[in-house]
Design a protein around this ligand. Structure first.
Ligand SMILES: Cc1cc2nc3c(=O)[nH]c(=O)nc-3n(C[C@H](O)[C@H](O)[C@H](O)COP(=O)(O)O)c2cc1C
Length: 256
């Protein structure tokens, strides 16, 4: 029922919704395509006057210079008539913990006031929630709805992750159930350890967890403080998708 209402309200055939995304290396584009195809809507790519090199370190270096100088990359030849749309699926990679600079350029030029915005992003480890916070600050008059985050190495699962996200109402704000302790030998510990098999960069100790009631289920594990790259210890939240079909749980994102 929710899905039917959603399709009707997001206007898959009405031309009122659109996917607008930036992607440097194709990961966000995979998710963008999955959304556009699932909903039968157009997609628009944010293009730059001068692309970043595909080399990761060079991109980092250029971005750092731009950020220090307080400049954003210039948009290429693109004209978007936002008046045609009321709902925008807005996709970007996470760069430096938040919205990638090219999408910031887009948001600086185009005003999303009054639009419903469903953010989606891809990342190495996480950054969805900080990026949505920043998006709200950048677009104070847009209605920012529920967001989708896909870890880069889950991109091959983009279609099913997108289908599950869209089947739930993205207009509903995600809520998690009661926080419960993660005990040795419990199902929660099993789920956490299975998911962590794919992510062993930091030793994490889960203390509590809660379950988000959606399909597929998403669990959030609240872990004890650890050192991050920046050298400061802080608590870590690990979001784990628990598929119903018996597939192994996998990490959706990590936030600190
Ligand atoms: C300049 C730059 C900064 C990045 N910063 C982060 C980061 O802070 N956190 C993270 O999880 N991933 C980070 N990444 C990884 C990208 O978010 C990830 O590879 C993303 O899926 C790329 O999407 P794309 O293929 O659509 O460009 C960064 C990548 C680049 C190029």
């Amino acid at each position: 029922m929710a899905a039917t209402l959603l399709l009707a309200s997001c206007g898959d055939k009405s031309g009122k919704s659109v996917v607008i995304y930036y992607s440097q290396t194709g990961t966000t584009e995979t998710v963008a395509k999955a959304i556009a195809e699932d909903l039968g809507i157009d997609m628009i790519k944010v293009v730059l006057k001068e692309d970043y090199p595909l080399d990761f370190n060079q991109t980092i270096e250029i971005c750092q210079k731009q950020m220090q100088a307080g400049i954003l990359p210039e948009l290429g030849d693109m004209k978007v008539d936002l008046g045609k749309y009321d709902t925008i699926y807005l996709g970007y990679p996470i760069w430096f913990g938040t919205i990638a600079l090219p999408m910031k350029s887009f948001l600086t030029k185009y005003n999303l006031a009054g639009k419903k915005v469903v953010p989606f992003c891809t990342y190495g480890t996480g950054g969805r929630f900080d990026s949505v916070r920043d998006l709200k600050a950048l677009c104070p008059d847009a209605v920012i709805l529920n967001s989708l985050g896909v870890r880069q190495n889950n991109a091959p699962k983009a279609r099913s992750l997108v289908a599950a996200f869209l089947a739930n109402d993205p207009t509903a704000v995600a809520t998690f159930g009661e926080k419960l302790p993660v005990e040795e030998g419990s199902k929660a510990m099993e789920v956490f350890q299975a998911a962590m098999a794919d992510f062993n960069r930091f030793p994490l100790t889960p203390e509590t967890y809660s379950v988000q009631d959606q399909d597929p289920e998403q669990w959030v594990f609240n872990c004890a403080s650890t050192m991050g790259f920046g050298g400061e210890a802080s608590p870590v939240a690990v979001y784990v998708c628990v598929p119903e079909d018996g597939d192994a749980p996998f990490i959706v994102g990590v936030e600190r």
